[in-house]
Design a protein around this ligand. Structure first.
Ligand code: SF4
Length: 303
């Protein structure tokens, strides 16, 4: 059997059952199918912690998507519209005066039941599954098992992430990831640290490595935050960096909004952005044109 000549992408050899590999009666298609089955049966029981699943979303990836929101993040961005995502711990948040439990532990199999229900929508729209958060890669085993299982089932996979984890975690998921929506918030490390709690060195380095790998469709997403990164010069810096990455085709500018404000109150936390006005449409258009001009990339608002 020519193991070396086989396409082993997306398969975790360590998780395969050697008994499934019928070396004497070689049939590569069956072999691959068996491996996927072996993988799926192993990975279906992987547990993770999520706080929401949104169906029929037309954001966060191509087509119509099911978004799974994982709990936990290493950053503390001042503008975060999902503050209930930041802590890995299960929390209680007041919603319209009622206590709501935020976070539940699930298996990949349980999540896939919901994802599978929307398969007809994926086919019609080229959609699929997107992992979001929080930062999904803070639960690397769960993220990997879920992406691997979905892709092995023929479902398009996407990840919304700022990439602030060791590259080894990212390298492991790339073979089962069709689309990476990578957040880049600022080029200046000190300003990044001041507003998010960490500098951006690891994230920018990972962005270069992901782009160089060529293993996934890579788009850059920039939350446009007043007082943080909303000058033409700051957006141009990010856009120039994005334009320098091989294989990036698109840059998305996402205007700041205040939809998360009530959640801070529900969690008993102060909302530090309460005096900040969202950017105007005119200003967003100006930034979009500037980003497209310096990067040579297709630049769009939202998405
Ligand atoms: S990286 Fe995203 S989820 Fe994490 S704190 Fe920042 S905005 Fe919130």
């Amino acid at each position: 059997m020519d193991i070396e000549g086989m396409d082993m992408e997306g398969m975790d050899i360590a998780d395969m059952d050697i008994a499934d590999m019928d070396i004497a009666g070689m049939d590569i298609e069956n072999d691959i199918e068996k491996r996927f089955k072996a993988n799926r049966s192993g990975h279906l029981q992987t547990k993770g912690r999520i706080f929401d699943i949104q169906r029929y979303s037309i954001h966060d990836g191509n087509g119509i998507r099911t978004i799974v929101f994982l709990k936990g993040c290493v950053l503390r961005c001042r503008w975060c519209c999902n503050p209930e995502s930041q802590e890995y711990a299960i929390q209680t948040m007041k919603v319209k005066g009622e206590d709501k439990i935020i976070g539940r532990d699930v298996t990949v199999a349980e999540v896939m039941e919901t994802v599978e229900r929307d398969r007809p929508y994926y086919y019609r729209s080229d959609g699929g599954l997107t992992l979001s958060g929080g930062e999904s890669l803070c639960q690397p085993e769960f993220a990997y098992s879920l992406l691997l299982t979905a892709q092995a089932a023929g479902i398009h996979t996407a990840l919304e992430s700022m990439g602030g984890v060791p590259y080894s975690v990212i390298a492991r998921i790339l073979p089962c990831l069709d689309q990476y929506l990578l957040d880049i918030k600022h080029i200046n490390p000190q300003k990044h640290r001041d507003y998010t709690g960490r500098d951006n060195g690891l994230m920018l380095e990972n962005a270069r490595k992901i782009a160089a790998s060529g293993q996934t469709e890579l788009s850059i997403r920039v939350p446009v935050i007043p007082g943080f990164n909303d000058t033409v010069a700051e957006i141009e810096d990010i856009a120039r960096f994005a334009g320098s990455l091989p294989s990036v085709k698109k840059i998305h500018l996402l205007p700041y909004h205040r939809l998360g404000q009530d959640k801070y109150e529900g969690l008993g936390r102060e909302y530090q952005m309460k005096d900040m006005e969202p950017p105007t449409n005119e200003h967003m258009m100006e930034l979009m044109k500037a980003a497209g001009r310096v990067s040579g990339l297709d630049c769009q608002l939202g998405g």
